[in-house]
Design a protein around this ligand. Sequence first.
Ligand SMILES: *Cc1c(COP(=O)(O)O)cnc(C)c1O
Length: 375
Amino acid sequence: MIPFNVPPCVGTETKYINDAIAKRKICGDGEYTKKCNAWFEEQTGASKVLLTTSCTHATEMAALLCDIQPGDEVIMPSFTFVSTADAFVLRGATVVFVDVRPDTMNIDETKIEAAITDKTVAIVPVHYAGVACEMDTIMDIAKRHNLKVVEDAAQGVMSKYKGKALGTIGDFGAFSFHETKNYSMGEGGAILIKDEKDVELAEIIREKGTNRAKFFRGQIDKYTWVEAGSSYLPSELNAAYLYGQLEQADKIFEDRMNSWNKYYNAFADLAEAGKVELPVIPEGCEHNAHMFYLKCKDIEERSALIKYAKENDILMVFHYIPLHTAPAGKKYGRFSGEDVYTTKESERLVRLPLYYGLTDEDHAKVVRVIKEFYS
Ligand SMILES: *Cc1c(COP(=O)(O)O)cnc(C)c1O
């Protein structure tokens, strides 16, 4: 069976994990966590990057840092992972869903303004497949309406928008290092902080509401409980795993990009013939080959394709069921305007196997089987 995903492993992870164990430093914020934070600060240009236990938790931290209150409204696409909404719903916010653009499956920036009310406090763009949302427009809307922007860049590690790293454009960004993402630590994530003034509170929230980070830097002589917080710092063992991958980040990136480009070129003729649609990368967006998807004619054709692939030992999968159609989505959210594309396009989308180390042979088989299906 050709799997849909294989968690990345470059070979140096165990060396670093063993080193952390040998040094008897396995709780959070040791050498490896600091190395990962610094690596991302260097790579993205964010004021501060802090590893977290997940992207879900990084987004929860962002919701706390935005001081989301019960009754506040937060705008996001319905075509996203549940965590994007959960983080704000936990703070008592109402989620206001906006339709996606059919080309990128990202929030339709032209429909955001109509969703703004006097209760709106934040916009949460999700960079689907590591392809950037139209951030200039989104930041302009946020500025004019005095709204916070939290980027769900779970899939956007190493992607750029007009030269800027995803996750660094809004007030806060959230990365994921779940095993399904480009770079992994099993479970884990990071929060990216744009403004220096938000760093201190972020460190406090992440460390159970204490000013422990300041204490360890020797800036105060004892630490205490100063705010409401939680425990969002990951173990050094997870950070050590991630650090091994960051050292070889370019290798992982190029390997994925090579597979992505080969898929894109291989299906050009099917797209030309109008049988499938290929992903669109708008000008100014540099993606990270997080995902390769095709769009079939409709849900029936997609089901048949997934079935045919499975019969040929290939696992292909669809993606999000739009949140506004889910029980919790109905309870905690509402859709602004009309669902023109969210449901229709999500029903046509199918994701192909794509992971670090996908062999040429397996790649060729996926292409061959899909071409067979359409011939
Ligand atoms: C993976 C993902 C998340 C959640 O990441 P975790 O690290 O598993 O919490 C959130 N949003 C999007 C868009 C994702 O793809």
